[in-house]
Design a protein around this ligand. Structure first.
Ligand code: HEC
Ligand code: HEC
Length: 338
């Protein structure tokens, strides 16, 4: 399976590279020779959603990062870890609207999934972190309230035989903020979840049901794909929540976090803008939106219809779109839970 995805993606890569590639040395051309561009690759090219691909990561780093990601002993209260909020058995998030921080302060935002986060153009709802490395630093810092303390983490790791051996092997014994982050990011890069829908994109017509196909058609016709697009079906642009109808006018209270991207740029035009969330595994990550106020996937689609599209989508079509969104759930999620 793994190899299957990789090679197909590789084909697409080759098919979509420009003439620049062709001018390259003949040694390369020989490797590419047996590849023919088939119908299945064409589909992947013209659809708004692109098939997912695996990302290489050093297996030793992955093993170390996985331990750290799940380790309660490196947090201040010794009771939680990254996995407490980003539970890999719960779609890489948790089932609460707003995850409580491990300190006394409460959190303010709904936890996004860590699955496939590597494909986001920026991290966090407001795009504050530029990549996974910054996301770890920001998560650990007080404002994000993960409760992980670098001092404690480094102390714990220094006093643990298995950890010191792994750090010795990978980082010449350097146990620091930099290397701890590097290992966690190395692990996060592997939290990639190919779905039945990816197989469909790659040409397997039977991979999704008739209803799911209809749902996808509607998703495109209603223009959902203009915002939720690319490899992560989101995660590649900011958009205003309430672009067609004022979402916050229908709310009694507006909090600072609701200003979204504005909090970073101070530009009025960024007010209420958020990174468009990925829809991969979305059926597992209720409740929805940055404030976690929408309970079900159906309601989330209805909210989108009203505030992002300005249309009233009939119930039967909402069901079809929901079915399509369910086909975006990773097929081998359990392998990340072991
Ligand atoms: C207390 C719950 C909690 C803990 C613990 C936690 N996170 Fe998060 N995580 C969040 C919330 C909430 C956000 C969204 C924050 C925002 O947008 O400002 C987030 C965002 C992220 C993102 C960005 C995802 C995206 O789509 O933008 C990544 C990556 C991430 N966390 C990784 C981690 C890692 C690694 C750890 C452990 C070092 C960790 N988190 C610990 C709650 C938590
Ligand atoms: C104009 C851009 C835009 C369009 C069009 C759009 N969305 Fe969204 N979508 C967003 C943004 C931005 C958010 C996050 C808003 C927030 O949390 O404040 C979002 C959130 C969602 C969520 C919740 C995800 C989560 O993890 O919380 C779902 C589900 C969703 N959209 C599905 C759809 C569907 C289905 C359509 C078409 C009917 C659609 N969207 C159309 C921008 C858009």
């Amino acid at each position: 399976m793994l190899r299957h995805y990789n090679s197909l993606i590789f084909f697409i890569f080759i098919a979509s590279t420009s003439c620049k590639e062709q001018k390259q040395s003949h040694a390369n051309e020989q490797e590419f020779e047996p590849i023919s561009i088939s119908f299945q690759n064409e589909r992947a090219e013209y659809e708004p959603i692109k098939p997912i691909h695996f990302i290489d990561s050093d297996p030793n780093k992955v093993a170390l990062g996985k331990l750290l990601f799940h380790d309660n002993s490196i947090t201040k209260n010794g009771k939680s870890s990254c996995a407490s909020c980003h539970n890999l058995k719960k779609g890489g998030a948790d089932y609460t609207a707003i995850s409580k921080g491990v300190d006394t302060t409460d959190g303010v935002l709904n936890t996004p999934s860590v699955y496939n986060a590597v494909f986001n153009f920026r991290q966090f709802w407001d795009g504050q972190a530029s990549d996974l490395t910054e996301a770890v630093h920001d998560t650990v810092s007080l404002t994000k309230n993960a409760g992980i303390s670098w001092t404690k983490a480094i102390w714990v790791i220094n006093h643990d035989g298995q950890y010191t051996e792994m750090f010795q092997h990978l980082y010449n014994g350097d146990i620091s903020k930099k290397t701890i982050t590097d290992a966690i990011v190395g692990y996060e890069k592997t939290l990639v979840t190919p779905s039945r829908f990816d197989r469909f994109l790659l040409g397997d017509e039977e991979a999704i049901s008739k209803q799911e196909r209809k749902g996808y058609q509607l998703f495109k016709e209603y223009g959902c794909g203009s915002c939720h697009q690319g490899v992560n079906i989101g995660g590649n642009m900011y958009q205003k929540l309430g672009i067609v109808r004022d979402y916050f006018k229908d709310h009694d209270t507006i909090k600072k976090v609701d200003w979204g991207r504005f909090n970073i740029t101070q530009k009025q035009s960024d007010k209420f803008s958020f990174k468009v969330p990925s829809l991969r595994n979305v059926s597992l990550t209720a409740p929805y939106l940055h404030n976690g106020e929408v309970q079900t996937l159906k309601q989330a689609i209805q909210v989108m219809a009203v505030y992002q599209i300005g249309r009233n989508i009939p119930d039967n079509e909402i069901n079809d779109i929901e079915a399509f969104l369910q086909s975006l759930t990773g097929e081998e999620l359990e392998k990340h839970n072991q």
